[in-house]
Design a protein around this ligand. Structure first.
Ligand code: DHB
Length: 391
C-alpha cells in the first residue's frame, strides 16, 4: 500500500489533519489501535476555543456542533469573595468558546472522512515504523489478521499521551525532560441533573478546586480536585455531592444533584517534547505535549498543531517548498508553551497544593480578586481562555 501521509492515531489531531489534507487533495491513511466504538465513546474534555470552532465550521464538519453545542460568552470564578463572571465576549472583542464534547467532534470527523472515501483502519496492532531518516518511511501494522505495509512520504505521530511514535526519535535528538507531575488529580463525574449555572464555574476553596461544567440541559460534567490514588468506588453519590456542596459553600454557589452515571480520575501532568519532529516524522497533539486539564487546552492545542502541519504539507506538495515543514516544530511550540503557561497558571491559582500554607491560600485569593476586579487582568485570562486566533 502507498499513500502520501501515514497518520498514526485517530484522535482529534490525526483525524482533523486527514480531513484538512483531503480538502487540499493530499492523500492519507489513518491507523489506530483502538476500535471505532471505543474512540467514539471515550469521555474527554468539552471546551472548544473560538479558533477551533471556526476551523471546524469553515471546513464542513461543524453542522452538528452548531446545532447541539452551546456557545458560552463567559466563565465564573468562585472563591470566598463570591462568584464573579469574566465576560470573555466583551473582553476579547466578540470571541467565545463552545461546549461540545471531544468524542462528538471525533464522531463528526470520522463520519465526514468516511463519507469522503477515507482509508481509516481501526483496531490495528503491532505497529512498526521504519525509515524515518529516509524519504520513504514505512508503517507496518496488522489489521484483520493481515500484515500490511504502508509506504508514505511522511509519518504523523498523533497517537496521544500513550504515544509510541514519540519514542521513535533517537536519544540525543530530542529533549524529553520538560515534565512536571502534580500532587493531585481530578475526580470527574457525569450526572443526570439540570445545569447548576448558565456558564462554567471554576471554584477555589480550602478543601480544593471544583469545576462545574455541562454537556447538555440534562447531563452535567463536574470535577473536584482529589488525590491521584483515589479509587472511584470509595465515593458514593451522596459523598460526592456533599464534597461539591462543601467546596462551593464559601462562594455561595450551589450544585444541582442527580444520579451519577460515570466516575473517573484524571491525572495531572505537564510535558513538552522538543522538537516535535525528526526526519520524516512529525508529532502532533498529546503525542508531543500534555497540559493539565484546567482551562481545557489539550484538544485545542492538537487542533492548532495540525492547522500548522496541514499548511506545511500543503506547501510541500504544491511547490516542493520545505520551509514550513522545517519551521513546524518552532511554530507549534510557541503556542504549546503559551498553553503550558496558561494551564499551569489556572491550575496554580485555583488548586490546593498539599504543602500549601495559609500564606499560599491568601496569595491565591489576592490573585483571584485581581483577576475578577481588574479589567486588564480579566482580559489577560479571557484572551487565553478563548484562545489565540489560528495563524
Ligand atoms: C471541561 C474540562 C476542562 O478541563 C475545563 O477547563 C473546562 C471544561 C469539561 O470537560 O467540560
Amino acid at each position: 500500500m502507498r499513500t502520501q501521509v501515514g497518520i498514526v492515531g485517530a484522535g482529534p489531531a490525526g483525524l482533523l489533519l486527514s480531513h484538512l489534507l483531503h480538502l487540499r487533495g493530499v492523500e492519507s491513511v489513518v491507523i489506530d489501535l483502538q476500535t471505532r466504538e471505543s474512540i467514539e465513546q471515550t469521555i474527554k474534555a468539552g471546551i472548544l476555543e473560538q479558533g477551533t470552532v471556526d476551523l471546524l465550521r469553515q471546513t464542513g464538519v461543524g453542522d452538528r456542533m452548531m446545532r447541539d453545542g452551546f456557545v458560552h460568552h463567559g466563565i465564573n470564578l468562585a472563591f470566598s469573595g463570591g462568584i464573579h463572571r469574566i465576560n470573555m465576549y466583551e473582553l476579547t472583542g466578540g470571541r467565545a468558546v463552545m461546549v461540545y464534547a471531544q468524542h462528538e467532534v471525533l464522531i463528526d470527523l470520522i463520519a465526514k472522512r468516511l463519507a469522503d472515501g477515507a482509508d481509516l483502519r481501526f483496531g490495528v496492532s503491532d505497529t512498526e515504523v521504519e525509515g524515518l531518516a529516509t524519504e520513504q518511511p514505512t508503517i507496518r501494522f496488522t489489521h484483520g489478521n493481515a500484515r500490511q505495509t504502508l509506504e508514505c512520504d511522511f509519518v504523523i505521530g498523533a497517537d496521544g499521551s500513550r504515544t509510541s511514535t514519540r519514542f521513535l526519535i533517537p536519544e540525543g535528538k530530542v529533549r524529553t525532560d520538560f515534565f512536571r507531575q502534580y500532587p493531585f488529580a481530578w475526580f470527574g463525574i457525569l450526572a443526570e441533573a439540570p445545569p447548576s449555572s448558565d456558564e462554567l464555574i471554576y471554584a477555589h476553596s480550602e478543601r480544593g478546586f471544583v469545576l462545574i461544567s455541562t454537556r447538555s440541559p440534562k447531563v452535567q460534567r463536574m470535577y473536584f480536585q482529589c488525590d491521584p490514588a483515589t479509587n472511584v468506588d470509595d465515593w458514593s453519590d451522596d459523598r460526592i455531592w456533599e464534597e461539591f456542596q462543601a467546596r462551593l459553600a464559601p462562594s455561595g454557589a450551589t450544585v444541582q444533584t442527580g444520579p451519577i452515571f460515570r466516575k473517573d480520575v484524571l491525572q495531572f501532568r505537564s510535558f513538552v517534547c522538543e522538537p516535535m519532529q525528526y526526519g520524516r516524522l512529525f508529532l502532533a497533539g498529546d503525542a508531543a505535549h500534555t497540559v493539565p486539564p484546567t482551562g481545557a487546552k489539550g484538544m485545542n492545542l492538537a487542533v492548532a498543531d495540525v492547522h500548522v502541519l496541514d499548511r506545511a504539507l500543503g506547501a510541500y506538495y504544491d511547490s516542493n517548498d520545505i520551509g514550513l515543514l522545517e519551521s513546524y516544530s518552532r511554530t507549534a511550540l510557541q503556542r504549546v508553551w503559551r498553553g503550558q503557561w496558561f494551564s499551569f497558571w489556572m491550575t496554580s491559582m485555583l488548586h490546593r497544593f498539599s504543602d500549601a500554607t495559609d500564606f499560599d491560600l491568601r496569595r491565591q485569593l489576592a490573585e483571584l480578586e485581581l483577576v475578577t476586579s481588574s479589567p486588564t487582568a480579566a482580559k489577560n485570562l479571557a484572551e487565553s481562555y478563548v484562545g489565540l486566533p489560528l495563524t
